[in-house]
Design a protein around this ligand. Sequence first.
Ligand SMILES: Cc1cc2nc3c(=O)[nH]c(=O)nc-3n(C[C@H](O)[C@H](O)[C@H](O)COP(=O)(O)O)c2cc1C
Length: 435
Amino acid sequence: MKLRPKLCIGISLAPTWLSGEGWRLPGSGIEGLYSSDFALETAKAAEAAHLDFVFRPDASFLPLPVMEQSFGFSSLDATLLMTAIARETAKIGLVTTISTTFGHPYIAARQLMSLHWLSQGRAGWNVVTALQGHENFGLPDMPSSDARYARAAEFTEVVRRLWASFPSDALVVDRAAGRYADTDLILPINHRGPDFQVQGPLNLPAFPGPGIPLMQAGGSATGVDFAGQVADMVFGMTPDLDTALKTRAQLSARAIAHRRAPRDLRLLPGLSLYLGKTRAEAQDLFAANHRRITRAQRIQRVTEATGLDLSTWPDDRPITLADLPKAPGGPRSAGHIALLRRIIETDQPTVEQLLARPEILASVHWQIIGTPEDAATEIIRWHEAGAIDGFIAVPGGAPQSLHLTLNDLVPRLRDAGHFRHAYQGDTLVSHLTEA
Ligand SMILES: Cc1cc2nc3c(=O)[nH]c(=O)nc-3n(C[C@H](O)[C@H](O)[C@H](O)COP(=O)(O)O)c2cc1C
């Protein structure tokens, strides 16, 4: 049973529709990638389609080999980008990404509350523990998953306490009396923890309206528990309906364990959309977008996720679970490792078959390659099954996937009664809690 009647829909500003070969298409606009206009155009189109939010994933490292062929992880800073969008939009939520492994909670609390003020209540925070980048922050190695989540929990608590340390009603602004603020209400937090010592208060009052929703991305047991405790949204990696149903059930269980209502924790899987006017057009788009991924690169992806090196294996040799190393040490997330293990366990693919799978080739997200009608049917099926509360659109292959998502798929979802006709409020919280 679905937990909410309407879908919550966000869109990634990554811009995934130009990755692979997409940027090479005439009119892709790639030259403007590092300008604000580029993301702004997408944000305005997403607002016209009444989406809940635009979302910018972010990373603090640059894998170089990818840059020969595409823009990889090069990008503007996610939070600064959102401030540029804030002034030019009025309703749509702005979800930025800040890592708890590399950042500091005082700076994060201030940046996020600044974005919240600048957008008049539309900021959201994607809390990530990050998978790589330690070399840029003076760390000898990536901290373990447990250490990263322990720090994330402390980081998040400090941020929330800092937001509360200077409540908006402490602002008096009485010209006649010459009194600006009631300092009895602005209190230090005096936090002393294993990773952070923060006295507070924050040097910025809280925005006088609904707060800043939190998104979490990370699928390990600790990650799911962390989501159950603090998140309003989960950016999930659920490539099939069964995984989505299981993830939804796990999130509900962890929400209840933390005395929260399951419907207040929204599962929003990434949804990779290769869309065309016909199925053949969509499939051609997918194939064209991956034509330059070499065998060596595919093998590398398998090694990163499973620890298994297939470089000397013949194409026709089947792979079984017994072939996988016990403790893969690669930089991929637990969810991706589990996904590849599941494929190997159920299908026992040959090397050739495994290397051709979309889960290796492209996104490890839920993936639809077809027409907007195909996509609407599939999304409604998952929603009706109670597996998802919405999704984060990750259009792929070409700008046409982005345009068809916003101008054809979303209106279909709306006309079928699964999405809003118009915004009812002006803040991200109001969009998330509409129904
Ligand atoms: C769908 C998804 C999106 C993610 N997005 C980001 C991101 O934008 N930036 C980042 O540094 N890490 C990102 N991560 C990594 C997570 O924050 C986390 O470090 C990783 O998933 C390991 O945690 P896990 O073992 O609980 O999955 C993402 C993970 C997932 C599953």
